[in-house]
Design a protein around this ligand. Structure first.
Ligand SMILES: *Cc1c(COP(=O)(O)O)cnc(C)c1O
Length: 382
């Protein structure tokens, strides 16, 4: 079990997110070392966690940003990220967001449709600037992940179908205010196998070859994010295997001279450094079960309710020799899906104990809501 600063926790209002900055820094060091070996550029997908302390550490490590909204671009700029390190994705960029990104001079728009391309071209022309774009291709690859976080299948709303690519590339060349930088892909999230990334590399190779034969060279190839983490055993794998991830592309992707590989990792950068810390309000004996009712709910961490995700639960204040019992761990929100764990084996748990929901640094704090008029969770930087 990780060592938590329990005394500090006891004087902090629960629920709150605790971020282990030492682990984040170690993760960033391993990430930049692994990507640096191949000269790959990493843009942190800031939708995973935009806590200012986390963003500052990521900026210090030299990563760029992958933004999916205008406010994310503004936050990244406020945090000192250089505009030329920012790429901007999303299926529904508004006119105002496009203008803001052009005004800031971001590196690249990851364009997801023909109508979006036309709107970007029109706004750029009106502003007298050129918009650099990469086309987000939907490669129809199954990432073997939860249906809600797979994005690279034809049935998903994301990206441009391979069959449409020729015509949209022609359109890019015809639009004076558009500069085509490259191709972008993002096939899903929490991908723990190598195979989907191998398949993605093969799809990219055939696209690079086919367009090269027609004299079109893409300067940038962006493979998106999606590298998964070990939710089951965060102490065994506190840092994802970035070497294996980048080596997969190095081995399978045949980049040409003048082509740079970009990626957009979110979860794998920040998930393991964060835990949601919550207090037990009641232990309730049901007819067939015991319920541990905690003061954190789906408003603080929605992943279990939204994606049927499971975060490892630890009682961090139980006496070391407590007998083990079985509990359902639930939150206080008036929804049956407000449940963090069924049949959890925990040391005998009492009112006032503190629990840690591990691996909660990604898609945790940033997705919190005020449903039931609740206060947003705070954060403690360790
Ligand atoms: C969400 C997202 C990412 C990051 O995904 P992770 O699974 O957190 O690495 C990267 N690129 C795009 C376009 C995204 O939407």
């Amino acid at each position: 079990m990780t060592q938590f600063p329990i005394d500090l926790f006891k004087t902090t209002d629960t629920p709150f997110y605790y971020y282990d900055m030492g682990l984040l820094e170690r993760t960033l060091k391993e990430l930049t070392h692994a990507s640096g070996r191949f000269g790959y550029k990493v843009h942190y997908a800031m939708k995973a966690n935009a806590n200012p302390a986390i963003l500052a550490a990521i900026r210090e490590a030299g990563l760029g940003i992958d933004a999916v909204s205008g406010p994310e671009i503004s936050r990244a700029l406020e945090c000192g990220f250089a505009p030329e390190s920012i790429v901007f994705a999303g299926v529904g960029k508004s006119d105002a967001e496009i203008a803001l990104a052009l005004e800031a001079g971001i590196a690249c728009f990851n364009v997801e449709s023909e109508p979006e391309l036309d709107v970007i071209a029109e706004i750029a022309a009106r502003m007298g600037v050129t918009a650099r774009v990469a086309l987000r291709v939907n490669p129809n690859i199954d990432a073997h992940t939860h249906a809600y976080i797979t994005t690279g299948l034809s049935e998903n709303k994301f990206g441009i179908a391979l069959e449409r690519l020729d015509s949209i590339i022609e359109r890019c060349h015809a639009l004076a205010s558009i500069e085509l930088e490259g191709l972008h892909f993002h096939i899903g999230s929490q991908i723990t196998e190598t195979e989907p990334f191998v398949m993605l590399s093969e799809t990219i190779n055939s696209l690079i070859d086919s367009y090269a034969s027609r004299g079109i060279l893409f300067r940038s190839i962006n493979v998106g994010g999606g590298l998964g983490i070990d939710y089951g055993d965060p102490d065994r794998h506190p840092v994802p295997d970035f070497n294996r991830y980048f080596e997969t592309f190095a081995r399978h992707l045949r980049l040409r001279d003048g082509q740079t590989l970009h990626c957009e990792l979110g979860r794998s950068v920040v998930a393991q450094c964060g835990s949601l810390i919550t207090r037990v309000i009641y232990v309730k004996e049901g007819l067939a079960k015991k319920f541990v009712i905690v003061d954190a709910g789906m408003t603080d961490l929605i992943r279990p309710a939204l994606y049927q995700a499971h975060h490892k639960i630890e009682n961090i204040t139980a006496a070391p020799d407590s007998p083990i019992d079985t509990y359902d761990v639930v939150g206080p929100i008036c929804e049956s899906s407000d449940c963090f764990g069924v049949g959890e084996r925990l040391p005998e748990t009492h009112r006032g104990d503190m629990l840690a929901l591990r691996s909660a640094g990604a898609y945790g704090e940033i997705m919190s809501s005020q449903y039931n008029c609740r206060r947003l969770p705070g954060s403690l930087i360790g």
